[in-house]
Design a protein around this ligand. Structure first.
Ligand code: CP
Length: 309
């Protein structure tokens, strides 16, 4: 039996390097299948999604991934049009969705929401973003992108810049990178440094440095992972305004990087990467979004098929 069958995906911390690599192998495999072969993988199965926060890529890539493997999707993308507006609890909403679906994808404002939902649902739960805590399938797609574009993960120098305090993709990525031998440089405004409660755990697995100055690292990096400073997470708008626009990756910065440095971003982007970078060979964030569909198709295929595909 494949070890992902009927299992939740709550935290990237739950996965070993071998398990991550087996998802990457399944992703490679799914991308090589013909359309008709892919459509057999989850024929007749239903994905249910519940998004308590806005999303473009995560929800649509799950939707598109499920369609590509022959399944269908239903769910709630705008919580204001659901019975949550009438006061229905997360627990009851999850219970109901698990009746209508074979696997559930949940994005919620609260840390711990997916683990809570997993205790209630008798169908597997996939965490599509829980508060400022985790976004594990984003990390899987990020690691897969690095591996595809750089042909390896071990040995790379990786800069992560932007909102490291509130960025859930950053926490999941750091825990995922903890399975590899990498040199990580964290770059952020002082007020957006990685949260100290998480640093302790990450430090056990990963070497990283922290600084505020991106210039010091540009000529050394193999990967620059840029994140948005997330206005919606700041308790005080004044604090947001102090750090808004702290880092903008443009052609001037790109000239000081290695020729083959790749630039990633979980997206959405606001102004932290200028649009003229998009057409350069270094910009890989749209490929990253595309790999998100294929990694999610592989994950769904493994969760829904006892013997894999
Ligand atoms: N990267 C990501 O989670 O994007 P969305 O918020 O659009 O889903």
């Amino acid at each position: 039996m494949n070890e992902f069958y009927q299992k939740d995906i709550i935290s990237i911390k739950d996965y070993t390097k071998d398990q991550l690599e087996s998802i990457f192998t399944s992703t490679d495999k799914i991308m090589k299948l013909s359309l008709s072969e892919r459509r057999e993988i989850s024929k007749g199965k239903t994905l249910g999604y519940l998004f308590y926060e806005p999303s473009t890529r995560t929800r649509l890539s799950f939707d598109s991934a499920m369609a590509s493997i022959g399944g269908n999707s239903l769910g709630i993308s705008d919580i204001t049009s659901s019975s949550t507006q009438k006061g229905e609890s997360l627990a009851d909403t999850v219970r109901i969705m698990s009746i209508y679906s074979d696997v559930l994808v949940l994005r919620h404002t609260l840390d711990g929401s997916s683990r809570f939902a997993a205790e209630i649902s008798d169908k597997p739960i996939i965490n599509a973003g829980s508060g400022t805590e985790e976004h594990p399938t984003q990390a899987i797609q990020d690691l897969y992108t690095i591996k595809k574009e750089k042909k390896k993960i071990d040995g790379l120098k990786i800069g992560i810049v932007g909102d490291l305090k509130y960025g859930r993709t950053v926490y999941s990525l750091l825990h995922g990178l903890g399975n590899y031998d990498v040199d990580v440089r964290l770059i952020s405004p002082e007020s957006l440094r990685i949260r100290s409660d998480s640093t302790y755990e990450i430090k056990k697995k990963l070497d990283f440095t922290e600084s505020t100055n991106i210039e010091d690292h540009l000529d050394e990096l193999d990967v620059l992972y840029v994140t948005r400073i997330q206005k919606e997470r700041f308790p005080d708008e004044e604090e947001y305004l102090k750090v808004k626009g702290s880092y903008v990756v443009g052609l001037d910065m790109l000239k000081r990087m290695k020729d083959d440095t790749i630039i990633l971003h979980p997206l959405p982007r606001i102004d932290e990467i200028s649009a003229d970078v998009d057409k350069t060979k270094n910009a890989k964030y749209f490929e990253q979004a595309e790999y998100g569909k294929h990694t999610r198709a592989a994950i769904l295929g493994m969760i829904l098929n006892e013997n894999g595909f």
